[in-house]
Design a protein around this ligand. Structure first.
Ligand code: NAD
Length: 260
């Protein structure tokens, strides 16, 4: 699919990857763009630059995702491309993270994508046209050693995209999942506090949000399910798939070395 002439909605659009996507979609000639975020002032700034509509969103509540879909549709007609990009880092560490942190990560990193699909699929399937994209992470294909919450919820986001790509792919609804490693945004800072997290995130080199936007436009054009802005991630996936025990040993060694 080409972005030109399309109606695109991006959540988490106030900063980081979402802002870069919105700027890039404007350059590509999208017909209409919606920037949604819980940070309304930030979304308004990005929207003003890109000639987009800003909408306040709490991606962790279904009613708010539904209201976003309704407002965008009322303003510009059916949504062609919905990018569920808002995400939260969860907590550092393992299962000791409190339930409210797990709950927020499940809602924003997973259920927001489910709620968007639930709202949009009937109309997209009827039209035989549409594109659902979520931003997961390389953590959803490999792991993010600094955060169990983040790794688990991002794996769920990848699984959701895979399932939908199989189920709806031949009925006109394309599905993609964006899986970057380290991208220079405010979210990166938390994981970089843990030396092991930093080692994992930088193993493929840090890239800019604009590099992710380039990869996303190319991925949409090719209608590729997995959008991998870092080249090395496919190689790490291949190693994990072909020899999981060797991959685990390598990961343990990396964590040990980084923390020693
Ligand atoms: P960011 O912190 O710059 O942007 C995240 C945006 O999501 C913010 O504007 C924030 O206000 C918004 N947001 C958070 N919770 C929300 C909610 N409940 N409702 C509405 N908006 C909400 O970080 P980013 O790096 O641009 O993150 C974008 C996506 O990319 C996330 O899903 C993140 O997990 C993913 N990601 C980031 C990296 C990285 O290294 N930065 C790597 C892989 C994946």
């Amino acid at each position: 699919m080409e972005v030109a002439g399309r109606h695109v909605v991006v959540t988490g659009g106030a900063g980081g990857i979402g802002r870069a996507l919105i700027r890039r979609f404007a350059q590509e000639g999208a017909r209409a763009i919606v920037a949604a975020d819980r940070d309304l002032a930030g979304a308004q700034t990005v929207a003003a630059e890109a000639g987009a509509l800003a909408v306040e969103l709490d991606a962790g509540r279904e009613s708010s995702v539904l209201a976003l879909v309704a407002e965008a549709t009322a303003a510009h007609g059916p949504i062609d491309i919905f990018i569920s990009n808002a995400g939260v880092p969860g907590a550092m560490g393992g299962p000791e993270a409190p339930d409210d942190v797990w709950d927020e990560a499940w809602r924003v990193n997973v259920m927001a994508h489910v709620w968007a699909a639930r709202a949009l699929l009937p109309e997209m399937l009827e039209r035989g046209d549409g594109y659902l994209i979520n931003t997961a992470s390389a953590a959803g294909l490999l792991t993010q050693v600094s955060s169990l919450v983040y790794s688990v919820t991002k794996h769920a986001a990848v699984s959701l995209a895979e399932w939908m790509a199989i189920e709806y792919g031949e009925r006109g609804v394309r599905v993609s999942c964006i899986c970057p490693q380290g991208v220079r945004t405010p979210m990166l800072d938390l994981a970089m506090d843990d030396p092991a997290g930093a080692a994992a995130l930088t193993s493929g080199g840090l890239i800019e949000p604009e590099d992710v936007a380039d990869a996303v436009v190319a991925g949409i054009r090719d209608e590729r399910m997995l959008i991998l802005p870092h080249e090395n991630v496919a190689g790490f996936m291949a190693l994990k798939g072909s020899d999981p025990e060797r991959w685990l040993k390598g990961m343990r060694r990396m964590v040990r070395t980084a923390r020693s």
